[in-house]
Design a binder for this molecule. Structure first.
Ligand SMILES: Nc1ncnc2c1ncn2[C@@H]1O[C@H](COP(=O)(O)OP(=O)(O)OP(=O)(O)O)[C@@H](O)[C@H]1O
Ligand SMILES: [Mg+2]
Length: 276
């Protein structure tokens, strides 16, 4: 479904101080996979995701989606490909002056889809993400989890083949995180949609992903099934990420995660059951 070969991305810095964000990245993401990309801050996760929909143009290397090399496409062809790749953001990126309905309709409006068709699809999507009663609400009137459901519905509006999620649950509390991850999982199952999930939380990988790549300093250090990663981590960084998970399955190495964790009451047996 997605094939990445020898991908390299550098950013020009001031003077000679360029940044190599990605170096020799090779990845194969299968159709229908929920593929996790995990690594520490600055590893290149977002850059990698943004290369997959060409929000960022690779410096060299190639990316194929469904056999089409997107790295060499003209602007016009690229627009067609972009419609096949939806994206969900950490901070939702909703349009505050538009209602839920019109946020979801937005990508269809700019694709010139007829109004009656848009209406049908928006109703369908509202049902899918469980927000039928919020159609005329504005983003400021929604909880974080509801906003992300709108973000997901909007990303699915043009029926993409691939959904890219960049830290889609990082702004949400643990319980809301679980429900949003469950929604993504059920969409994956129901439609066979391929999902690529960037995260720095092992708990996210554990809950929804089937396969995973670990990246560090712009390179893939390990990739394989999630089960293998948890039972036989190879790279030091992976061991570190696993060791950083506490008994409830949450990493506690950033202030946000620590806050989330402290918000959790001890859950006795349940917390212990969650390990490994
Ligand atoms: N537009 C840009 N211009 C210059 N450097 C950039 C740009 N975008 C990213 N970088 C650099 O590329 C590297 C990778 O950044 P990236 O945002 O992909 O990391 P990340 O793994 O997503 O980190 P985080 O977990 O903090 O989101 C970093 O060194 C970053 O400073
Ligand atoms: Mg990032």
């Amino acid at each position: 479904m997605i094939r990445i070969r020898q991908l390299r991305k550098t950013f020009d810095g001031t003077g000679n101080q360029g940044v190599t964000a990605l170096e020799n990245v090779n990845l194969d993401i299968g159709r229908g996979d929920v593929f996790g990309i995990i690594g520490p801050s600055g590893a290149g996760k977002s850059t990698l995701l943004r290369c997959i929909n060409m929000l960022e143009k690779p410096t060299s290397g190639s990316i194929y989606i469904d056999g089409t090399e997107i790295t060499g496409l003209t602007k016009r062809d690229l627009r067609v490909v972009r419609r096949q790749v939806g994206m969900v953001f950490q901070h939702f990126n909703l349009l505050s002056s538009r209602t839920v309905y019109r946020n979801i309709a937005f990508p269809m409006e700019i694709s010139g889809i007829p109004k009656t068709e848009i209406d049908k699809r928006v109703q369908e999507l509202l049902g899918l993400v469980g927000l039928e009663d919020k159609a005329s609400a504005y983003p400021s009137q929604l909880s974080g989890g509801q906003k992300q459901r709108v973000g997901i519905a909007r990303a699915l509006a043009t029926r993409p083949k691939v959904l890219l999620c960049d830290e889609a649950t990082s702004a949400l509390d643990p319980r809301t995180t679980r429900s949003v991850l469950e929604l993504l999982r059920s969409i994956n199952k129901q439609f066979g949609l391929t999902i690529v999930m960037v995260t720095h939380e092992m708990q996210v990988i554990k809950q929804v992903c089937s396969r995973v790549a670990v990246i560090e300093n712009g390179g893939v250090v390990e990739q394989g099934s999630v089960q293998d990663l948890f039972t036989r981590p190879g790279a030091e960084i992976t061991k570190g990420l696993l060791a950083g998970m506490d008994a409830a399955g949450f990493m506690v190495d950033t202030s946000k995660q620590r806050r989330d964790f402290e918000g959790l009451q001890p859950r006795g047996k349940e917390a212990i059951k969650n390990v490994g």
